[in-house]
Every structure is written in C-alpha cells, then in structure tokens.
Design a protein around this ligand. Sequence first.
Ligand code: MG
Ligand code: MG
Length: 255
Amino acid sequence: MSDRPIVIKNTPEIETMREAGRVNAAVLELVKDMIRPGITTQDLDAVAEDYILKNGGKPAFKNYPGPYPYPATLTISINEELVHGIPGNRKLVDGDIVSVDCGTILDGFVADSAFTVGVGEISAEAQQLLDVTEKALYKGIEKMRPGNRIGDVSATIQQFVEGYGFHVPREYTGHGVGRAMHEGPLVPNFGVSGRGIPLRPGITVAIEPMVMVGTHRTQVLDDRWTVISADRSLTAHFEHSVAVTEDEPIILTAQ
Ligand code: MG
Ligand code: MG
C-alpha cells in the first residue's frame, strides 16, 4: 500500500467526494439507528446496500480484493474484532460494542468512514475506549493542515491513545482516498512528529484510529478477513475521509 501514488484533488473533485461522503454518512446514521440487541449484522448490511444503490452509489467494499473478494457492503466488527468483520447471522447482544465501517462510490469517488457504538448498557471501560478512539480521530483531523506532515497526524493519535493506556495496531493504517479506496499516503496511527510527507491542499485521506485495550498485537481469524486483538481485549474504530485545504480541513464524510 505504501507504494500507491498520492493524487492531489482539485476543488470540483473535493466537492464530488463530499457528495459521496454525505451518502456514506447517511448510511452510517441509518445503521446506527438500527443497532439494538437481537438484530443480526446481515440485517444491517442489507439496509446499507439498499440505501447506497437507491442513492445512485455503489458499495466500495463489496468484492474488494483480498484473501477472497469481500462479500458484503459493510464491515461489522464486534468487541475483540478490530476491523473487517463480515456481516452474518450473529445477533447483537446487550453490552457488545460494534464497529461499522462503510465505503460508498459515487460519481467515481470513494467515501470511507466508520464508527463504534455500544449496544444497550456497556461497561465503563468500553465507554472510555469509545470516547478515546473518537477523540483521537478529531485530534488527528485537527493536524490536517498545510505546514504539517503525516507524522504529525500519526504521532498525535498515538500519543493521545497511549496516554490512556490503550494501544494502536501497527499492521492496519489510514490511507489516501479518492478514485481508489486506497491511495497514498499511508496514515499510520503511530509515528513521529515532523516526519512523513508534507500536507498540502488537495490531499485527501481516510484517518482511522483503531484502538485496543490490551496490547498492539492483532490476529486474523480463519475467515481470513476478520482482524481481532490477539489477546481478545476490546477494540474500537472511528474513521473519516478528510481533505486538506488552505485553511480548515474538510471532513468529507460528515453529514
Ligand atoms: Mg473504512
Ligand atoms: Mg479506510
């Protein structure tokens, strides 16, 4: 992934990405409202796919190349599942924390965004994990300005997360996003301030803190897609696609 080119977008292209991002945000909002004990993850997936298609888009994850073509519209990752969980007949139960990641292609551009939410009552530790992960995302976005480098985004996320005793994975990162879901540059959730490529207007990336309670180590399940924390501790994931401009960063996947 690190060899992929960085593609600078002009203003009309950023506006198109913003439209894709609005549809993607609406999908995630719809899914979030359905999350409750007893619903299956494939129920959520079906609603997401339907919404994207009815709004003129295409699910970006479906058939995405991997160990085998990705089989669904969403990735839904529960508790120790960090990312890339495949929807199926599993029912959500009270106390679960659920990460939903969605990608939408609209007018040739991809929007990529994710959230994690509790099902019913969750533990204080789980709530703190969600709060820290979401805040880490916005701390990272705040660094998306000309004059900063990717390392400033990465280091900010890592230091904030580790300040709470939580951990970030090394193998899975944020990434450039545009006509392709994965472009350059990589946006790791760990790094050193002042390092990496300089940010400039027209750079568009998906920033996505992934956070684990126990250690930074991950493992892939037998389905060859689902990534879990190696020690089965709780995990969370928040993501926005973001554009660098002359001044304030634009959150492309906001509503
Ligand atoms: Mg994503
Ligand atoms: Mg992503």
